[in-house]
Design a protein around this ligand. Structure first.
Ligand SMILES: NC(=O)c1ccc[n+]([C@@H]2O[C@H](COP(=O)([O-])OP(=O)(O)OC[C@H]3O[C@@H](n4cnc5c(N)ncnc54)[C@H](O)[C@@H]3O)[C@@H](O)[C@H]2O)c1
Length: 456
């Protein structure tokens, strides 16, 4: 969805080593490490075993990046709801030119290490030192819980949940992960991208003064749809649950809507700059063109005003409609200057009259998706701790709060959103489960109606 081709990036390892050293907190090996981490006392002497949970587009890309990060990482186990996704992923890993030939020899997944189904994650996690979690986000809290309880280091894709209940679970896991000194990189890759790191440092040094507002955008033409007819032709026995799992973007228990799944990246930037999350929000949204039966229940546009405790406001827009102006970027407005940032690698700081203070052009910067893994594995090997769970959970919750406001049309506080008792994601799912949302008699799914829909 929002993954650029790694070919677009010039991977500059020299620059990476410098940034890795800055980002990794040195932690002594001597005592108190969990079993899996204590095995790294002589980390260079052993291979690190990697498991992939969620073998789709991002999981495949993240595995290429993990295997590229270090010559002694072996992919040993794979889990997915569907076996055909595991096989496609393995084929791609073995064929892609994005993975060097000598790293392909580190793909060591025996047939009995390919696990399919809803419990597959538990079996794959057990086999590994480091786990990649890249399923649709609804499952993330449960997969995080298992991996953290088993003491595994993690690369964990964003978002971390699709509802308040999921985020409460992730927040409960935070002290457990901290106590075990686990490394957990969350796939909000702007934190690993040079333009963001450089400009955020200048923001924290006070260059634009106090931030009073910001505009964050993910306005684009939208993402894939896997239509029921197309899936039925391929899988004749397709059940309603299988359909929703394969067309997951359009079902909130799995995806959280595009404000959560995608716009989280931009929302996260404002939270990062403020060092906190909003205290309340109000917004509006709807679906203008995304109205088909295969479009499930999500909106195609949201606008939200997020209020912070100091009175500052983040204005957030996300749109999935073709033929409109596209814009994926963040603006921070301070008392002394203005920051512009974008995932394309560029950024600038100007004073309040528009005079340039600083400009960053990112065409030679390292690929942030690769940096995430380079720094994760360097930290594991050096006995450091990188743990992105807290900001990952807060930015996910901010985006969920946004969806609550656009669906309900109400001003909603952070506390009410976080403590919402309306749980979208069932605690357990198996192939006999009835999905939490079902099509109506006409084949369309119920869609939120502001003013009527209850979210908390
Ligand atoms: N950081 C980024 O820029 C970025 C880019 C793309 C996707 N993502 C995130 O990565 C995640 C996956 O997205 P994707 O584009 O790879 O989707 P995808 O559909 O290509 O892959 C998801 C895979 O997970 C599998 N799956 C579903 N439920 C599962 C379960 N319970 N257990 C095991 N496997 C399960 C699916 O069958 C599928 O193969 C999402 O959270 C998405 O937001 C992040």
């Amino acid at each position: 969805m929002d993954t650029p081709s790694t070919k677009d990036w010039n991977i500059n390892r020299r620059k990476f080593v410098k940034s890795a050293a800055l980002a990794t907190t040195g932690v002594a090996f001597a005592t108190g490490l969990p079993l899996s981490a204590s095995a790294f006392v002589n980390p260079k002497a052993r291979k690190l075993k990697l498991a992939l949970v969620g073998c789709g587009g991002r999981g495949t890309g993240a595995t290429v990046q993990a295997l590229t990060a270090d010559p002694d990482i072996e992919l040993v186990a794979m889990a997915d709801a569907f076996m055909d996704r595991i096989d496609q992923c393995l084929l791609h890993l073995n064929e892609t030119e994005e993975l060097a030939a000598d790293r392909k020899t580190n793909i060591k997944v025996e047939p009995d290490m390919k696990f399919a189904g809803f419990d597959a994650y538990k079996k794959a996690i057990k086999e590994a030192d480091v786990v990649i979690l890249a399923t649709p986000p609804g499952f993330r809290p449960y997969h995080l819980e298992e991996a953290i309880n088993q003491g595994k280091h993690l690369f964990c894709e964003k978002p971390l949940a699709t509802d308040g209940a999921g985020i409460r679970k992730v927040m409960e896991l935070l002290p457990v992960a901290e106590k075990k000194k686990l490394n957990i990189v969350v796939g909000l890759q702007r934190h690993y991208q040079t333009n963001y790191r450089t400009i955020m440092k200048r923001v924290f040094d006070g260059e634009i003064g106090d931030i009073t507002s910001g505009q964050v955008y993910w306005n684009s033409g939208g993402v894939w749809v896997h239509e029921r007819d197309e899936l039925k032709a391929k899988y004749p026995d397709l059940t309603e649950l299988q359909y929703q799992m394969r067309n997951w973007y359009y079902f909130n228990w799995l995806c959280g809507d595009h404000i959560v799944e995608q716009h989280i990246h931009n929302i996260d930037v404002y939270n990062w700059a403020k060092g906190t999350h909003p205290v309340k929000a109000q917004g509006m949204g709807g679906r203008q063109v995304r109205t088909g039966k295969d479009h499930g229940e999500i909106f195609d546009h949201h606008y939200v005003e997020f209020h912070f405790a100091d009175g500052s406001i983040m204005n957030s827009q996300c749109r999935h409609i073709q033929g409109c102006q596209n814009n994926v970027s963040e603006t921070l407005v301070g008392t002394k200057g203005v920051v512009q940032l974008s995932g394309d690698g560029n950024g600038s700081i100007t004073d309040l009259k528009g005079n340039s203070i600083y400009k960053h052009q990112g065409f030679e910067d390292p690929n942030p998706y690769q940096v995430e893994h380079d720094e994760l594995f360097a930290s594991i090997r050096n006995g450091g701790v990188i743990n992105n769970l807290k900001y990952g959970a807060e930015s996910t919750m901010t985006a969920i709060l946004g969806r609550y406001t656009t669906y309900s049309g109400q001003m909603i506080s952070w506390e009410d959103a976080l403590n919402s008792t309306i749980q979208l994601m069932p605690p357990t799912v198996d192939w006999n489960s009835i999905p939490p949302v079902l099509p109506q008699a006409d084949g369309y799914y119920p869609v939120a109606v502001p003013g009527q829909t209850k979210v908390i």
